[in-house]
Design a protein around this ligand. Structure first.
Ligand SMILES: O=P(O)(O)OC[C@H]1O[C@H](OP(=O)(O)OP(=O)(O)O)[C@H](O)[C@@H]1O
Ligand SMILES: Nc1ncnc2[nH]cnc12
Length: 259
């Protein structure tokens, strides 16, 4: 009987039910509970092994990523410990595009930041760190590039996300504000029921330039019943003096250009 039990222990997991089918009486005679415990232990070992394999695969993935060339920190020139937003500038992850979208405008293109996991991670981490003390109840992201930073930031802050959209995009009841920006005029809208009375709101966008867009967003938030706890930007173009349009609010900007 003991030999049979040992034999059963050695069969692969997939064969255990077959052995049980073949020798039901014998197995029951040996010790039903013991057999079940053996199965349980085999299954437990199987689960443990698969967890170990998954962990090893994940570690490998992290090692490859760190050792690879795909991230801001990964090239030999870049040292994660030395990371700063100034370095991000020095590495030209924010690209100057002249004459876009109109002649005479020097456009700050942030798409290289988005393409780079480590840079994007750092941006979200820094935004989170600096906006956490504002104790916000909700994040409002300004279409379109404000969505990119706003939604992950809301997740990090463990609050909800409200989209503030350009004219005609929101389906439900809306509040509307018009504004001027560096290269024209525009209109933004917010759903009337998107913010609860008194909620502390963080407004998020990629760029603060003249401040026209952000000021319109702040007006909408207040009209919707919210309290603007602060505004958060990746880039601030100091020379366009957008802060002047937002004098009453705390402003976070990770990268500031003087000219
Ligand atoms: O401070 P301001 O002078 O108002 O300019 C800043 C705004 O301009 C850009 O948006 P844009 O209107 O180009 O829209 P997009 O994000 O949809 O590209 C940027 O994303 C800000 O929202
Ligand atoms: N110069 C600029 N670059 C990128 N986004 C902008 N929004 C307004 N002005 C801008």
């Amino acid at each position: 009987m003991e030999a049979l039990s040992v034999h059963i222990c050695r069969v692969p997991l997939f064969a255990v039910p077959k052995v049980y089918d073949a020798f039901p009486l014998a197995v029951e005679c040996v010790e039903r509970t013991r057999f079940m415990r053996t199965c349980g232990s085999i299954i437990y070992q199987g689960v443990q092994n698969s967890l170990k394999i998954r962990q090893a695969q994940h570690n490998n993935h992290l090692r490859n990523r760190k050792g690879g060339k795909r991230g801001f920190f990964n090239s030999k020139r870049r040292d994660p410990a030395q990371f700063s937003m100034e370095k991000l500038l020095a590495e030209a992850l924010v690209r100057d595009v002249p004459d876009f979208p109109k002649p005479g405008i020097l456009f700050k293109d942030i798409t290289p930041v988005l393409q780079d996991y480590d840079a994007l991670r750092q941006v979200i981490d820094k935004m989170t760190e600096q906006s956490r003390p504002l104790k916000v109840d909700v994040v409002v992201g300004i279409e379109a590039r404000g969505f990119i930073f706003g939604a992950p930031l809301a997740l990090e802050l463990e609050v909800g996300f409200v989209p503030l959209r350009k004219l005609g995009k929101l389906p439900y009841n809306r509040l509307v504000e018009e504004y001027a920006l560096e290269y024209g005029t525009n209109t933004v809208e917010i759903h009337t029921d998107s913010i609860k009375p008194g909620q502390r709101v963080l407004i998020v966008d990629d760029v603060l330039a003249t401040g026209g867009t952000a000021a319109a967003a702040a007006r909408l938030v207040e009209r919707a019943g919210g309290q603007v706890a602060g505004l958060c930007f990746l880039i601030e173009l100091d020379f366009l003096e957008g802060r002047k349009a937002l004098e009453n609010y705390p402003i976070i900007s990770l990268i500031r250009y003087q000219e």
